[in-house]
Write a protein that binds this ligand. Sequence first.
Ligand SMILES: [Zn+2]
Length: 108
Amino acid sequence: MKYEVIASTSTGEYYPVVASDESGSLTITCNCTKGKNGKICNHRLALASGTPKKAFNPNKAGNEKIEDVRSFVESFPAISVFRELNAELEVLEDRVKEIKRQMGMILN
Ligand SMILES: [Zn+2]
């Protein structure tokens, strides 16, 4: 399978992002400056983390299949683990924030 969707940026630029398993494993590539340099850009991260609405305008032509791409990417075990860990990280970050808030109250 191979999907191409269009990422948008706050500066109004558009970049094609391709998710594919044609090499035998999942690859997500992006044509933005950071992505072209092989770095994990926000667009690739948005697809991997399952929050594509942040980077992919559903009204942009080519993005009508964004939910299909999200499901496709989600079917890979590494992505499931990544999402589980991200969810745990969010919970931990919230707990740290709360503890810091409480410590602030104690110290004041
Ligand atoms: Zn990108």
